[in-house]
Design a protein around this ligand. Structure first.
Ligand code: FPP
Length: 251
């Protein structure tokens, strides 16, 4: 008998199910077009988008995804008409009041990234309370990006690194990628493996520019308010078919 038995041919080996992406980030787009197609005001699209957020959180939990990041409000969104900004912040306030207890009961830990101090005091307080209430949860880490812009985030990180150097806590010659990442608002999170954008647009729109370096992208024509469990599962299946090499040569 040979000392080692030959490995079965590749095709004969049972395919191990690919693990789900550890971190999925989503650019939720198309609320306005969804509403316009129905002759409804834009707020109706945002409200329906809120329902899609619920479905997506459930889907992420069901699929075993540990980190889900949602781009809910960009730093550029403040430039929308005042009435729409008011509707969006009102919806956020309502969401925080009505959903956080249930999120927590489902094991969801909430994190916020972005310039939270641009929101009113009551929203800032609700955000702090939601983070503290859910801080012991481990099933799903849900990050909501609010008044978030990646270039701002990178500039703020550079400023913090420069301040640390000036204070003698950091040797500039020692600063590397991992060290710089620690100054970002996402310091405690893994980088996204998969970024989904809905509504047919194919842009990153100032979302997680640093963190997306090796992410896979899935673009779908589905408008965000129509997004649901099946679309999430489809995006994960597409991700599982990708061959991620992180810049290395194929084996
Ligand atoms: C993009 O659609 C969506 C937004 C700017 C807001 C996202 C908000 C939600 C999904 C609802 C609330 C979510 C939470 C977490 C409370 P758009 O308005 O740019 O659509 P358009 O491109 O078709 O005009």
């Amino acid at each position: 008998m040979p000392a080692t038995s030959p490995l079965p041919a590749r095709a004969e080996r049972p395919a191990a199910p690919a693990p789900p992406p550890a971190h999925v980030a989503i650019i939720m787009d198309g609320n306005g077009r969804w509403a316009a197609a129905r002759g409804l005001p834009r707020i109706a699209g945002h409200r329906a988008g809120g329902q899609a957020v619920r479905r997506t959180i459930e889907a992420a939990i069901e699929q075993g995804v540990g980190w889900l990041t949602l781009y809910a409000f960009s730093s550029e969104n403040w430039r929308r008409p005042e009435a729409e900004v008011k509707d969006l912040t009102g919806l956020l306030r309502h969401y925080l009041k009505s959903e956080v207890a249930e999120l927590s009961a489902n094991g969801v830990r909430l994190h916020i990234i972005g310039e939270r101090d641009r929101f009113s005091e009551d929203i800032q307080l609700a955000l702090r309370e939601a983070e503290s209430l859910t801080s012991a949860n481990r099933r799903l880490n849900l990050t909501i990006a609010l008044s978030y812009g990646a270039r701002d985030e990178i500039v703020a990180a550079a400023r913090r690194a420069a301040e640390a150097a000036r204070a003698g806590r950091l040797d500039p010659a020692e600063l590397d990628e991992a060290g710089f990442s620690a100054f970002l608002s996402t310091a405690a999170m893994p980088d996204p493996d998969l970024i989904i954008r809905t509504s047919g647009e194919r842009r990153l729109s100032n979302f997680l520019l640093w963190q997306a370096a090796y992410a896979e992208f899935v673009f779908t024509d589905v408008l965000w308010p129509d997004f649901g469990q099946a679309h999430f599962a489809e995006a994960l299946a597409e991700y599982a078919r990708r061959d991620r090499r992180f810049g290395a040569r194929p084996a």
